[in-house]
Design a protein around this ligand. Structure first.
Ligand code: SF4
Length: 84
């Protein structure tokens, strides 16, 4: 039987859509802060994409759901979107 391995998870951020409301930073400060440009900054991201551990999915989905600008998405390693 094929063993299911947990796939990789990524938070993807579209800074062009960000309104700088700060909601993501309040909800999930581990990964989000407001940067010097008054927009959200996804801490440690490379090209606005950050790999997260499964234990951080809940916080990240809450940030996604709290973002009124739809600037945050979460995908698996195949680019398939994960919704909260
Ligand atoms: S919640 Fe969305 S719009 Fe608000 S600061 Fe975060 S990414 Fe930007």
């Amino acid at each position: 039987m094929k063993e299911e391995k947990p796939g990789k998870l990524y938070v993807v951020y579209d800074s062009d859509k960000c309104l700088g409301c700060g909601m993501c930073c309040s909800i999930c400060p581990k990964f989000w802060e407001i940067g010097s440009d008054s927009k959200a900054c996804l801490k440690g991201a490379v090209a606005n994409r950050l790999e997260i551990a499964g234990e951080d999915l809940k916080c990240s989905l809450e940030a996604l759901n709290g973002c009124v600008a739809n600037a945050i998405s979460i995908t698996d390693e195949n680019g398939k979107e994960i919704k909260g």
